[in-house]
Ligand binder design. Sequence first.
Ligand SMILES: Cc1cc2nc3c(=O)[nH]c(=O)nc-3n(C[C@H](O)[C@H](O)[C@H](O)COP(=O)(O)O)c2cc1C
Length: 202
Amino acid sequence: MDTFEAIRTRRAIRAYDPTYRLEETELTTLLHAARHAPSAFNIQHCRYVVVKDPALRAELRKVAWDQAQVTDASVLVVVCADMAAWKKDPARYFNGAPTEVQAQMAGMIRDYYLGREQVQRDETMRSAGLAAQTLMLAATARGYQTCPMDGFDYDAVGKLINLPHDHVVAMFVVIGRATQDALPRVGALPDAEVILTDRFPS
Ligand SMILES: Cc1cc2nc3c(=O)[nH]c(=O)nc-3n(C[C@H](O)[C@H](O)[C@H](O)COP(=O)(O)O)c2cc1C
């Protein structure tokens, strides 16, 4: 499947075959594809919590508006991000580069993030969104269906997965085999409202 077809055919799918099991090697392939997504300063903020325990999946469903995808899709990934990754030995994000480059980049990262809590959170969310979409497009390209989700109680999810205090939950991505097609796309806004040239009208 080419990239455009994956983009065009990816839909948010809500009904999954609960008996279908994605091969572990396939899941690894998809997660590795997601890891190619860009991240600010190559910090790789994302942490992918693959929830395998059926009891935990059931608990997560309870705090996710009882949405069936949470238990029925073969894979549930809680896409999280480390808001403090910028200060955790940042030179390692440039391992393999010359030492002076590592030191220079670590300094730039520190200067950019230090004392800017909003930026620390925003950057993780930007990177997590790109990673989630990359994961979904990779899954689509391999013939699976997906759904991005944030219809859940963030605090409750955080507790259930032992989210570290300096991490944030960005969203769920479920992956599996659909039992129902998506309804036709609706509600597309006109290009003129969405695509602008140079600036917004004053
Ligand atoms: C951040 C985010 C959160 C979403 N949360 C949910 C959700 O909790 N449950 C759900 O069924 N769909 C969820 N969706 C899917 C959207 O409803 C869906 O992407 C949108 O209606 C467009 O449909 P399409 O993805 O099939 O084109 C979410 C999408 C995004 C981007």
